[in-house]
Design a protein around this ligand. Structure first.
Ligand code: HEM
Length: 350
């Protein structure tokens, strides 16, 4: 008979260690899925509340659901290459696939009823890298933290009894988060333009540009229209889809342009609060011209399969400490996976 080299005590210890390894993996799996901390704000919860607000629309984005694809190019003048070594800022041209949209999860919402509009861009760099950015046509974000974003969605949900948001719940949110007051004041006086072509779109979140020496510069960016602002009028209020029709008509006449402006933070400026703008005297650099030339319906267009994750960045651009960035990245992936799976089921693809 062969003798085991271990004493019973050693054997038990070894078996216990072996059993611990899979147990550790199970605990990590449950933790990652949010099962061990149900109060934790997961991307499931964030996407869930957006879906509750916008309704069930299989195959569509869970926010900014109504939109249109556009293509064009970015013509860099080389000015931003002192701050960022990203090849997109060297003088020259980069093809762009973009998407105009309005906020909210309802793909049939009337355009005039939605105050927040967006432009997302995917720059296809010659070296195979991509720079993706989703910008909104407002000067700053309503809130700064992921918890506030979630609670704001919950406070704005329609009351099942009335079909409208409960004003008491919204008031309670504002009292708890007075940081939202400047946004509410902006929204109250804002008269939307009659065209996406004349909207200024802002990154809102801060990022870091990394220069050739490896030094980081805190920045935000905006695209500023060449097209003059015309306020929304009666004609637009009677047409649910005026934004899409307008942009198609304009692009049929010729390309539309925006300047890409980089705003550079000064020492001490905070990049982690998207609800706070930096003082107006900060340095701005005109990095070049965004030129959009063609529009296609989103479901058939090249933007359908793009997840405009704000953390898909080329070498030379990096995330800041803004906590919204990671939450956005995780939620956009969740939304992308859901909508592309649904689209595949709708078309019978496997
Ligand atoms: C925690 C905060 C946020 C959450 C959870 C969130 C969530 C979402 C989701 C789920 C989508 C749909 C993504 C897809 O299916 O492709 C979306 C779209 C979008 N969001 Fe956010 N968002 C947040 C903050 C922001 C901020 C700060 C901005 C600032 C500009 C922003 C701009 C956009 C834009 C432009 C789109 C449309 C992108 C496209 O056209 O595909 N979001 N958001």
């Amino acid at each position: 008979m062969t003798q085991t080299p271990f004493t019973p005590r050693q054997l038990i210890t070894r078996l216990a260690v072996i059993a611990l390894v899979p147990l550790l993996f199970i605990v990590l799996f449950l933790w990652g899925g949010g099962w061990l901390s149900p109060q934790r704000l997961t991307s499931d919860k964030l996407v869930g509340v957006l879906q509750q607000a916008g309704g069930e629309h299989p195959g569509f984005r869970r926010n900014h659901a109504k939109g249109i694809c556009v293509i064009g190019r970015f013509i860099s003048n080389g000015n931003a290459s002192a701050l960022s070594r990203a090849s997109v800022f060297a003088a020259g041209e980069t093809p762009v696939i973009g998407r105009f949209a309005i906020a909210g999860g309802n793909p049939s919402a009337p355009d005039y009823a939605v105050p927040v509009r967006s432009l997302a861009l995917a720059f296809q760099l010659a070296n195979g890298e991509q720079w993706r950015t989703g910008m909104n046509a407002m000067p700053f974000f309503p809130v700064s933290t992921v918890e506030q974003f979630y609670e704001l969605q919950v406070a704005s949900l329609p009351d099942p009894a009335t079909g409208k948001p409960n004003p008491e719940k919204f008031k309670a949110f504002v009292q708890k988060n007075p940081e939202i007051m400047p946004f509410l004041a902006w929204a109250k006086q804002n008269v939307p333009s009659s065209s996406w072509a004349s909207d200024r779109f802002n990154s809102l979140n801060a990022f870091r540009f990394i220069d050739k020496s490896g030094a980081a510069h805190l920045v935000r960016w905006s695209v500023v229209p060449h097209t003059a602002y015309q306020p929304i009028g009666a004609a637009q209020k009677n047409d649910n889809d005026f934004l899409q029709k307008d942009i198609q008509q304009r692009l049929a006449q010729g390309p539309l342009q925006w300047d890409l402006l980089i705003t550079v933070a000064a020492k001490g400026d905070d990049g982690s609060h998207a609800s706070q703008v930096w003082p107006a005297d900060r340095q701005t650099i005109n990095a070049g011209t965004l030129e959009l030339s063609q529009a296609t319906a989103q479901q058939q267009g090249p933007c359908n399969d793009i997840n405009y994750d704000p953390l898909i960045l080329p070498d030379g651009i990096a995330a800041s400490d803004d906590p919204l960035l990671n939450a956005r990245s995780a939620a956009y992936a969740k939304s992308y996976n859901a909508r592309t799976r649904e689209q595949a089921a709708q078309t019978g693809a496997h």
